[in-house]
Design a protein around this ligand. Sequence first.
Ligand SMILES: NC(=O)c1ccc[n+]([C@@H]2O[C@H](COP(=O)([O-])OP(=O)(O)OC[C@H]3O[C@@H](n4cnc5c(N)ncnc54)[C@H](OP(=O)(O)O)[C@@H]3O)[C@@H](O)[C@H]2O)c1
Length: 328
Amino acid sequence: MQYRLLGRSGLAVSELCLGTMTFGNTTNEADSIEMMNRFMEKGGNFLDTADVYVSGRSEEIVGKAIKNRRSEVVLATKVRMNTADHPNGAGISRKHIMDGIDASLKRLQTDYIDLYQVHVWDHATPIEETLRTLDDLVTSGKVRYIGCSNFFAWQLMKSLACSDANRYVRFISIQPQYSLVSREMDREMMSLCAEENVGIIPWAPLGGGFLTGRYTREEPTEGRLTSKVGESSWALRNTEKNFAVLDAVSDSARQLDKTPSQIALRWLLQRQGITSPIFGARTLEQFEDNMGAIGWSMPQELWDGLDEVSSLPSEYPNRFIAKFARPY
Ligand SMILES: NC(=O)c1ccc[n+]([C@@H]2O[C@H](COP(=O)([O-])OP(=O)(O)OC[C@H]3O[C@@H](n4cnc5c(N)ncnc54)[C@H](OP(=O)(O)O)[C@@H]3O)[C@@H](O)[C@H]2O)c1
């Protein structure tokens, strides 16, 4: 396992982050704990959860697993989604964040979060209020670093500018959806993060399972992609372009004697700007398969081929700006 610094910080995280969204739901508690133990045995130190995953069960199970090895873990959780049925039960107001942190700390059986992330932008709250509150949490010791997730590039840039103007702590990372079948972040987020040194920790690096090779052009009858809603629904994944990407992934897998999941993760591991993909695994077998993405390198020509088949169409203004790039 290799380690990378997360954005503009001294925080070392493993090159793979274990997602825990299924823990206490489709992955039972015993398997979840076994998975985290195996992950840490292999050198993984980075775990991602959220207050809303399985109504708090995911945080509880993570808390149980890391209780006796807290200091070696980089623990990431999130706040913002709906956790209570009243007008302040969601959002990134001072009130909801202050309530949210204490509830998360309790479920996680710890007195600090390493990376506290805003789960999604909140149009209702001024970003100054949110960042002042997060800065207070860092000062109080309840939080060590802050990050965000599911932002437009302008929202991240506005946040960074607000932190700088007020001398608040900055977001050190962004957690967007990003994979070979979801490359929207190439429009503006990737270049912003390079410019501002913000770490990128992509969610759904396997496209919610699409890139594992288990799906064909037939509508699935089992697995996550049977879902009718959500980012990993069949309706969104079932496109000719995505199947062209999947064909290329499977072809690379055959050539390198790897599995499609390992190829999809490996592509991200070698993508400049990506710090640590957050992968999910429902079973221990899936977990072992996915961990096979580390410890080897994909030849550049195969990486380039996957890049080409999955890239966004040529678009303005990127196309126009690139045309006039100066050679300095
Ligand atoms: N910030 C956010 O808004 C956000 C949103 C979503 C997720 N996340 C984070 O990102 C993590 C990963 O997200 P994700 O679960 O959507 O992403 P993913 O890693 O793309 O997909 C994981 C799913 O794919 C299937 N799978 C995984 N490995 C497999 C293998 N080797 N062979 C066959 N099938 C395999 C399993 O689904 P089946 O049940 O079909 O087997 C598994 O649950 C989450 O746990 C969470 O921590 C964050």
